[in-house]
Design a protein around this ligand. Structure first.
Ligand SMILES: [Zn+2]
Ligand SMILES: [Zn+2]
Length: 798
């Protein structure tokens, strides 16, 4: 067994006082990279109804957080706001209510079930009738037991706008899949419990192996009837979901109607049933309303008392494998093979792999699996983690030519109480956060020694009393490890439990701005949207200091010179935007402002108000006396002018960056136009307008070549856009909007540059641009252009 070392002497251990309160960390005492990183962030989200279910808080890759409560799934969307200079995190809240009708699972004909219920509820043997009556799955109407049991987020890119789908399991065993439409609305896309229930009914509730091999006729139904208590329980347990987890996005080949082989994307949702069965649902992507998930496979894992499931997805060079890790109440942890024959580039595991063999009666819960790179063996491997009592079980899986290498051990308890929640980050360095029952959060980081053994360093992130008087029920970590969300409730007050408890979600930052900036600079994803949690840490720092962290702008400029990638241009635009916002003391465009004649002093600090008044009077007097107003202003408005000057410079710089991003995007659009037209046709994209706009700035060789080719194809035809109100020509003088002769103003789509004259259009998540909705009969390539992310901020257009 490899060593599991608890090294309390790690550099990152902090004093509890530093940790708990939202204090501005002084820059001069930051010695370790993440020292002083753990700071409480506002706002605290108060929940309307009590928390419910297992692991009640989950954090999606699209920066949304689902919180399970008794009344609804409360959803919190973290936005890296580019329009506000407030220090708090910006969050948008929505919710999906729990259905009020109680679901009764179907196990056979209604009259047979009624007869069985009658028999067992009035059974003379109390061990039978009481156990029967107390079974909430069989008798969902007994007692009030409403709420959400578990939620699971799909990977990015599963819905039509490129965001995540949400699977919700309620306490009455209803498993549904939802997506969000626009900003506030949620749609139910599939009811998996209902679909599976029907499938089982059609099969006569037979076991899977009864059907397999029965190739000539309908499957044989189960032999026993409902009046057999074991059979009754079996039929309920085979369709009672315990947990569900999404796989990654897989590429599959499928044969189209014209016999052509096409590649498509899918994601699997693995549902662990109470009897240990794993039902795999296949979602063809993007999954939209009207789509019907199909059963990909049913795996009878045979694990008794299963507690949880997680995907094992190994990726090492060209060898990729998938399986499902199942934990059990008795202790063993096993990987069950999943048939991956249809998935491109994947191998199927030949037989189950036991990760922890001993039935030591310590349940394995909170199973997580993250990919790690072994720096000594120079190979990709997977790290499986599970909480077992107050210890963390870990297992390192390596695939070598000799076979699968399993290395396992436990990290001994840092705190004496059992672990309630385990969260792991896979991006931005592997870190595991274990939250014990007393609210203490410990960070575990794998350390690889030269002799290829693994040890975990432990670091106290939050002490037990970090939130005085509150009891933490679950933690979740943001996709890139920037924030930790803690769902908590009131503990004992004055020796008793309060009658009415309050439930909250608190946020704590886990990384310093320096670490966040370093991760942003070397991000392999090259998408600001994916990195929004780290970006929010940088935003917070810029707003607080009213300055970009020293050296960061130079670094970004250096990357731009080296690679000219749109990612770094967008990062620069973001920094400039935040800087200009932080320098403003009031909104640049207030809804209403008093009609002072001189409103130029909008940049002045509040304590300069008196000075300003004097200055205003003097200036007014000077103007009245007919003196040279410009000179007078230069002399007296030095202070304001400085700030004004800085702001003008920033605005100009932002304009340069925006124009660069737009020009690059225009070239991409024109390239698509060139590839997809054969002769001069009206494509709804203002091709000639784009050509003229790009020609205005000489010296761009790539643009000149492209323009030459396009002009040849267009054969001097113009296809001008026309105003839908007056049929006048809409000129292309500005990429943001267009005005016809009669003064009708239309916004231009930021993705295709056509004027948005329809009633509906899309906006990016951060609301800094608009895009047209594709028309029904538009060609695929135009639809593809209109599906792209916002060129300024990378976030999806919804
Ligand atoms: Zn008009
Ligand atoms: Zn945007």
């Amino acid at each position: 067994m490899a060593a599991a070392v608890a090294s309390a002497s790690t550099a990152g251990v902090q004093l509890p006082e530093r940790v708990v309160f939202k204090t501005e960390p002084e820059t001069d005492d930051v010695t370790s990279p993440d020292l002083g990183a753990v700071v409480k962030r506002d706002p605290v989200v108060t929940l309307i109804s009590p928390l419910s279910g297992i692991q009640p808080v989950t954090w999606a890759q699209d920066h949304r957080i689902a919180v399970s409560t008794t009344g609804a799934v409360a959803l919190i969307e973290l936005a890296c706001d580019v329009h506000s200079n407030k220090h708090d995190m910006t969050m948008h809240r929505t919710s999906i209510p729990v259905r009020q009708d109680v679901l009764q699972l179907q196990v056979g004909p209604a009259h047979e079930l009624a007869k069985a219920k009658d028999k067992f509820s009035s059974h003379p043997d109390p061990t039978i009738n009481q156990a029967f009556m107390a079974d909430r799955v069989i008798n969902p109407h007994v007692g009030i037991h409403r709420g959400v049991k578990y939620t699971s987020w799909s990977p990015l890119g599963c819905d039509a706008s490129g965001r995540c789908l949400l699977a919700i399991l309620t306490l009455d065993q209803r498993l549904t899949v939802h997506n969000s439409v626009k900003r506030l609305e949620w749609n139910m896309l599939a009811d998996l419990t209902d679909s599976y229930s029907r499938r089982l009914a059609a099969r006569g509730y037979a076991r899977k192996d009864v059907v397999v091999g029965d190739d000539d006729s309908a499957p044989r139904p189960a032999a026993a009837d409902l009046l057999d208590l074991e059979e009754l329980r079996r039929r309920f347990r085979m369709q009672t979901p315990l947990r569900m987890e999404w796989s990654s996005v897989y590429t599959v080949k499928h044969l189209a109607a014209d016999h052509a082989c096409r590649e498509a994307e899918m994601a699997l949702l693995a549902v662990l049933m109470e009897n240990g069965d794993l039902v795999l649902w296949q979602f063809d992507l993007p999954f939209v309303a009207g789509g019907q998930p199909a059963v990909y496979d049913v795996i009878e894992s045979g694990v008794p008392g299963a507690t949880g499931v997680a995907w094992w997805e190994h990726e090492g060079g060209d060898r990729r494998m998938s399986g499902l890790i199942v934990g059990s109440e008795a202790g063993p942890v096993t990987i069950v093979p999943v048939n991956m024959a249809r998935v491109k580039g994947y191998f199927t595991l030949r037989k189950p792999v036991v990760l922890w063999p001993e039935a030591d009666r310590i349940p394995a819960e909170n199973i997580r699996c993250v990919p790690v790179f072994h720096p000594v063996r120079k190979t990709d491997c997977s790290l499986v983690l599970a909480s077992r009592g107050c210890h963390v079980f870990w297992c390192l899986l390596m695939i070598s030519p000799a076979g699968l290498n399993v290395l396992n051990a436990h990290v001994p308890a840092a705190h004496p109480l059992p672990i309630v929640s385990l969260a792991a980050t896979r991006h931005g360095g592997v870190a595991v956060y274990a939250c014990s029952m007393d609210g203490a959060v410990t960070k575990l980081s794998p350390r690889f020694a030269a002799d290829a053994t693994v040890a975990f360093s432990q670091e106290d992130v939050l002490p037990p009393d970090a939130f005085p008087g509150r009891r933490t029920l679950a933690v979740a970590v943001s996709p890139n490890g920037a924030y930790l969300a803690l769902a908590n409730t009131q503990g004992v007050v004055g020796g008793c439990h309060p009658v009415e408890k309050t439930y909250q979600v608190n946020f704590v930052s886990l990384k310093t701005t320096e670490t966040a900036a370093a991760l942003l600079l070397k991000s392999p994803a090259q998408s600001l949207y994916r990195m929004a949690d780290l970006l929010d840490l940088v935003r917070w720092k810029v707003v607080r200091d009213k300055a970009v962290p020293p050296g960061l702008m130079d670094e970004v400029d250096g990357r731009i010179r080296a690679s000219d990638s749109a990612y770094f241009w967008r990062f620069k635009l973001f920094l400039l935007r935040m800087l200009s916002l932080s320098l403003q003391t009031e909104p640049a465009d207030p809804r209403w402002k008093p009609s002072h004649e001189h409103s130029k002093a909008f940049l002045a600090d509040e304590d300069e108000d008196e000075e300003e008044e004097e200055e205003e009077e003097e200036e007014a007097a000077a103007a009245a006396a007919g003196e040279d107003g410009e000179d007078g202003r230069t002399r007296k408005w030095v202070k304001v002018e400085d700030a004004g000057q800085r702001m003008t410079e920033l605005k100009a710089e932002m304009k340069v960056v925006e124009t660069h991003l737009i020009r690059e995007h225009m070239k991409k659009v024109l390239g698509d136009v060139y590839l997809n037209i054969w002769s001069a046709v009206n494509t709804s994209i203002p091709t000639c307008g784009l050509v003229d706009y790009l020609s205005e700035e000489p010296g761009d060789r790539a643009a000149e070549v492209l323009i030459g080719h396009i002009k040849k194809k267009m054969q001097k035809q113009k296809f001008p856009e026309r105003c839908s109100l007056c049929v006048e020509v809409l000129p292309f003088s500005d990429y943001k909007q267009t005005v016809c002769k009669n003064g009708h103003i239309w916004q231009r789509c930021v993705l295709s540059y056509q004027s948005c004259q329809a009633l509906t259009f899309k906006r990016c998540l951060l609301l800094d641009s608009v895009a047209a909705e594709p028309e029904e009969d538009a060609p695929e390539w135009i639809k593809k252009i209109l599906k792209g992310p916002c060129p300024y901020c990378d976030s999806p257009m919804i």
